[in-house]
Design a protein around this ligand. Structure first.
Ligand code: 5AD
Ligand code: SF4
Length: 423
């Protein structure tokens, strides 16, 4: 979400003559687009902020802006901590960026629902894959989470505006679009989420994805759409957070483990090959060994294709901040380490099941680890590496999977293989 917010900012700034550059030493403006989801992200920002102070001494015209969720959360406190900062603006005030920069020093952190009606011309990093916001904010108030406080109340973009953005991306030749929202299932403007998906499916975009789905709002209609609509990719990210009902309750997640499993079963009955990924938090206040073991059990039972697992991080202003039974960092680390190693094995096993299958891969460019290889993703969002036989970046090719690795798959262009063997 932050990456796409940055793309929007760069789009807006290009209207007033700015362009993005690689080296901060040559910049006239540096924007920190910050994340406050866990304390670590916030600390990282503050240590980087300290470093640009020196650049300001060298270049008197340099302006420093702090955007994103830390800006929204800390507001004026950032000016107090770092008086060399010129601008502070939150995620709901991105569209005000050019107005803000015309002032000497300013702050924009008020709740701004207009953002949902803004037509951004984002400067996208990729010309193959695009992020598209469909809604802003979150109403869920999971007890650990700072997002509802920094990104504000949920509001959906009008469907006509989303559709015209996607039509335009199709015209430009984008192959993949990921619809973005904190809780996409509760998208509601003139139409609901499933109807929005149906309309988007009609355009010439090969791959449509969406993040993030909330298990509580996961509907049979959506499962039906996933199995029927051609452009929708066979992957869903469905954050479980914990396998323990009492922890889920104190997290205010609004579902039990049994209800979550029911959704998974429905999904897999309809689409046996669907990839399912999740988010897990360990060490939430009050998490006993028994609660934690329920999460371990859940991972073994469900066998996710991949997980993002985090140590619970206290965020001021959230309900969980005040809760008793805070867990020591030592226990959190132990729990996280075990969960990650368990999941490594499960992911590897899942990847192994794909050996010898043929997968459609969207070629994204040279592999980061070996420039003689190309890298891309399957519809299930798994990374695949193939030998570079001059496949065009942005093309969709059939790939036979030769070997599973822990974090990726090795394959070969199946069309080329067939052509060679029939010669
Ligand atoms: N501590 C740890 N993880 C968190 N997440 C959100 N808030 C916190 C927190 N305070 C995780 C959740 C969410 C993901 C985006 O970040 O798992 O799904
Ligand atoms: Fe945070 Fe919960 Fe909203 Fe996700 S659904 S952004 S975890 S409050």
């Amino acid at each position: 979400m932050n990456i796409h917010d940055s793309e929007k900012m760069i789009g807006l700034l290009s209207e007033s003559g700015y362009s993005a550059i690689a080296n901060p030493e040559n910049a006239d403006l540096i924007i920190f687009n910050t994340c406050a989801i866990r304390a670590k992200a916030e600390q990282k920002f503050y240590s980087q902020l300290g470093r640009v102070k020196i650049l300001k001494r060298k270049n008197k015209n340099l302006k420093i802006a702090v955007a994103g969720c830390v800006a929204q959360d800390a507001r004026e406190r950032i000016f107090q901590k770092a008086p060399f900062v010129d601008y502070i603006f939150g995620p709901q005030n991105i569209h005000k960026i050019n107005d803000l920069l015309s002032k000497n020093q300013d702050i924009a952190t008020e709740e701004n629902r207009d953002i949902a009606f803004e037509e951004f011309t984002a400067r996208r990093q990729s010309n193959i894959k695009a992020w598209v916001s469909i809604m802003y904010g979150c109403n869920n108030f999971c007890s650990y989470c700072i997002v509802p406080y920094t990104r504000g109340r949920e509001i959906s973009r009008p469907s006509s505006s989303i559709i015209s953005e996607i039509k335009d991306l199709a015209r430009q030749g984008y192959q993949e679009v990921t619809l973005l929202g904190q809780n996409v299932n509760s998208y509601r403007s003139d139409i609901g989420f499933v109807d929005l998906l149906k309309q988007i499916d009609a355009f010439a975009i090969n791959r449509i994805r969406f993040v993030t789905s909330h298990p509580r709002d996961f509907s049979v209609d959506l499962i039906h759409a996933l199995s029927k609509l051609q452009s929708l990719c066979g992957h869903i990210h469905l954050p479980l957070q914990s396998g323990s009902d009492s922890i889920l309750k104190s997290m205010n997640r609004g579902y039990t483990y049994k209800e979550y499993i029911k959704g998974i079963e429905l999904l897999r009955n309809r689409m046996p090959n669907i990839a399912i990924t999740t988010d897990i938090i360990v060490g939430f206040p009050g998490e006993t060994d028994e609660d934690y073991l329920y999460t371990v059990k859940a991972l073994k039972e469900i066998e996710f294709d991949g997980i993002f697992a985090f140590k619970y991080s206290k965020r001021k202003g959230t309900k969980a901040f005040e809760m008793s039974g805070q867990i020591t960092d030592h226990i959190k680390s132990e729990r996280l380490t075990y969960i990650l190693s368990l999941q490594e094995e499960i992911t590897y096993k899942k990847n192994k099941e794909l050996e010898e299958s043929v997968q459609e891969v969207l070629i994204e460019g040279p592999s980061q680890t070996d420039t003689l290889m190309l890298s891309g993703r399957t519809r299930s969002n798994k990374i695949v590496t193939i030998p570079n036989s001059s496949e065009v970046t942005g093309s969709l090719i059939p790939v036979r999977i030769l070997k599973a690795r822990r974090h990726s798959l090795d394959g070969i262009n199946a069309a080329l293989e067939t052509a060679l063997t029939s010669e």
